[in-house]
Design a protein around this ligand. Structure first.
Ligand code: FAD
Length: 416
């Protein structure tokens, strides 16, 4: 695989950049693999990469029903942070943050990770108490965080509306300086290229239609391109996790909901951080192209259409213009939805299932983009060894029987 480097860019410039190799092969599926990964989003591709890199397992195929990154991976608003409340989540999301910090160099692909900080606004005294508690918990877990008062917020976002007479006045915020954004489709492409270069087959247009089992264990899958056998199967299909679980004969405590986002027309740089408001359900950042990237909470109903309802958009745009009146004259450019897999405790499921050799990684809901490298790293360990790593052990399916939930509703909040 040709490396992406300044020298190679200069070399290829001489021939008009016409001779770059494709970033990954168009692999045709073989009849058998040691490990199959269902779902070619960021999490599935990261899993394949870390299986090859960390565990030397390269007899692996990633089966994607559409195209790489066509799911939530390239539909999200790209917020990356690790300031979750509970120690179990802190370990998982901070592992991911550390991987993000070296990711572009590691996979030789610029994922444009920009640590511009994330603010979570507080609008009531109780919000501020919760923010203090979370920042204290973060610091005890070695995660950066500060509590800002209203002046601190205004210093970072001078045009935010801090009047006392708005519906939800801004009292302060939590601030994680190492948090930020990354370019989402580059993450899918970068992991696909890196996994392919280590020998993994990335198979697009290959839908899994059945999960074959014998004596309580998985033996392979049926696909739109024929049956494929495998020793182990890892399913990482986000909003379709429930559909795949049904194919394997069990149910997951997951609901699939639409989650919408939109971008404005591009403007000159105005916002150099990410601002979220969990209470009034809106968050915003500005992309390198200049577009405002705006999102909200989930649409309340279940569904599999990659779109949402107009009243949700009205709700979050009303919140947006109240908090940032100067955005009221901007025009919207694009709008879309993804299907997110929400768990009752707002935490993921990463581990074993009732079927031997079959593992699921799902339930990331509205906030799994930030976890992409850490999720792949932990799931690769689980698939390679058959057991969860200490980092994902608290996130097993069994927690819904034992009651040892990791309730992150406070930190996962509106979304992300
Ligand atoms: C609008 C929106 C905004 C978001 N914002 C953020 C954010 O700011 N920060 C954050 O951390 N998270 C965010 N998220 C959540 C985040 O995008 C997801 O949690 C994460 O991308 C999930 O990654 P994945 O690889 O598991 O899923 P996906 O990228 O959805 O990949 C799953 C893949 O499985 C494939 N698949 C499904 N069924 C089959 C089948 N039968 N056979 C083969 N393949 C199949 C799909 O085609 C898909 O490509 C947001 C999500 C949305 C929708």
């Amino acid at each position: 695989m040709q490396r992406y480097s300044a020298l190679n860019i200069a070399r290829h410039a001489a021939s008009g950049h016409r001779h770059w190799e494709p970033a990954w092969r168009q692999a045709a599926p073989r009849r058998r693999y040691r490990v199959l990964i269902v779902g070619g989003g960021g999490h599935g591709l990261a899993t394949a990469y870390y299986l090859a890199k960390e565990h030397g397992i390269t007899d692996v195929a990633v089966l994607e029903k559409g195209w790489i990154g066509g799911g939530n991976t390239a539909r999200n608003t790209t917020i990356v942070r690790s300031n979750y409340l509970w120690s179990a989540s802190a370990a998982l999301y901070e592992k991911s943050m550390k991987l993000w910090e070296g990711l572009s160099a590691d996979i030789n692909f610029n994922v444009m990770f920009s640590q511009r900080g994330v603010l979570n606004l507080g609008h009531t005294l109780q919000d501020m108490r919760d923010i203090r508690r979370r920042v204290n918990a973060n610091r005890l877990n070695g995660i950066d965080g500060e509590v800002l008062d209203q002046d601190g917020v205004k210093a970072r976002v001078p045009f935010i509306n801090t009047s006392a007479d708005i519906r939800f006045p801004v009292l302060g915020a939590s601030w994680q300086p190492r948090a930020g954004i990354a370019r989402h489709d580059a993450v899918a492409w970068g992991f696909a290229r890196a996994a392919d270069s280590l020998g993994v087959d990335v198979v697009e247009n290959c839908e899994v239609t059945g999960i074959r089992r014998e004596n309580g264990a998985v033996v392979g899958v049926d696909t739109s391109r024929g049956p494929i056998d495998a020793d182990r199967v890892g399913v990482v299909v986000a909003g379709h996790a429930g559909v795949l679980a049904e194919m394997a004969g069990f149910r997951l405590p997951i609901e699939s909901h639409p989650l919408q986002a939109l971008v404005s027309e591009p403007i000159k740089p105005i916002l150099d951080t990410v601002v979220m408001s969990n209470a009034i359900h809106v968050y915003v950042s500005q992309s390198d192209k200049g577009e405002l990237v705006i999102g909200a909470g989930i649409d309340a109903y279940n569904g599999y259409g990659q779109r949402g309802s107009v009243q949700t958009i009205e709700h979050f745009l009303a919140a947006l213009v109240e908090l940032y009146p100067i955005f009221s004259r901007m025009r919207l450019l694009r709008h879309w939805g993804g299907i997110v897999d929400t768990c009752p405790d707002a935490s993921p499921i990463i581990g074993k299932t009732p079927v031997g050799g079959l593992f699921f990684n799902c339930g990331w809901g509205t906030g799994g983009f930030k976890a992409t490298p850490g999720s792949g790293w932990a799931f690769a360990h689980t698939l390679a060894t058959g057991e969860p790593h200490a980092i994902n052990a608290p996130f097993g399916l069994d927690r819904f029987e034992t009651g040892a939930l990791v309730d992150e509703h406070g930190a996962a909040a509106v979304a992300h």
